[in-house]
Design a protein around this ligand. Structure first.
Ligand code: MG
Ligand code: MG
Length: 256
């Protein structure tokens, strides 16, 4: 991953542009969500997302992104034990799986980044709880994104919620600042201590993304060099929004 560590504050106009990027990104994600069912391939989901992003005069942020190889798709499609960065392809979805879709959009030079996890047809009670807890962790974290708080307040709130269910968060993959670059400062881990780290202030824009493993926190990278999986094969989930810190309430920029 390419990380620009500098924290870049955005003005109101730039945040509006990011909100437009976020709307387009969410249109793409919602169309993918509608298409998820047994039998559909992740390449078909990828094509849907790319078409919607381009229809709106924007560009996929992930396509060609530098890594072990340039990223080959518009979305990450990560199934079951795959935590993040799953490559779209000819794999067909199967009833009972859970799938995380992560997508990024560039509009007028600004990036929005968001993700969700959903069941394919009917899923187990354990899987349902994992999805609920991971999405709750995202909103608990967003609520901490206010001036006066620090990055550690976000991180520790997410970690505490996730671990209270016996789940774990990965140590190597984190949330991040986002703007003209998909990854910029600050880094926002899903674990940490309250009152530590950068103080939040208006104009900071962050892609907050709790990633949760039902088993151990350890991960491994698959032979395709992109897909990150739980090391023990346990189920995983991932939810993400791009959010702006303001004088008062945090604003979620990745909403339709
Ligand atoms: Mg993402
Ligand atoms: Mg992200």
């Amino acid at each position: 991953m390419v990380w620009e560590r500098t924290v870049v504050l955005k003005n109101a106009k730039e945040i509006e542009t990011m909100r437009t990027a976020g709307r387009i990104n969410q249109l793409a994600l919602n169309a993918v969500r509608e298409q998820i069912r047994p039998g559909v391939t992740t390449a078909e989901l990828d094509a849907t997302a790319e078409a919607i992003i381009r229809e709106h005069g924007a560009e996929p942020a992930f396509l060609g992104y530098p890594g072990p190889t340039p990223y080959p798709g518009t979305i990450n499609a990560s199934i079951n034990e795959e935590l993040v960065h799953g490559l779209p392809g000819n794999r067909k979805l199967i009833e009972g799986q859970i799938i995380s879709i992560d997508c990024g959009t560039i509009y007028k030079e600004f990036v929005a980044d968001s993700a969700f996890t959903i069941g394919v047809g009917e899923i187990s009670e354990d899987a349902k709880q994992l999805l609920v807890v991971t999405e709750e962790a995202l909103y608990i974290g967003i609520d901490k994104m206010r001036p006066g708080n620090r990055i550690g307040d976000i991180s520790s709130a997410i970690q505490e919620h996730v671990e209270s269910f016996g789940y774990n968060v990965p140590r190597e993959y984190t949330g991040h600042g986002v703007g003209r670059k998909m990854h910029e400062g600050p880094q926002v881990p899903n674990f940490g201590l309250p009152r530590r780290g950068l103080a939040l202030r208006p104009g900071i824009t962050i892609a907050l993304e709790p990633m949760v493993l039902a088993g151990s926190y350890q991960t491994k990278v698959l032979v395709d060099k992109w897909t990150v999986s739980s090391a023990d094969g346990s189920l995983t989930a991932h939810f993400e929004h791009t959010i702006a810190v303001t004088e008062d309430e945090p604003i979620i920029l990745t909403l339709e």
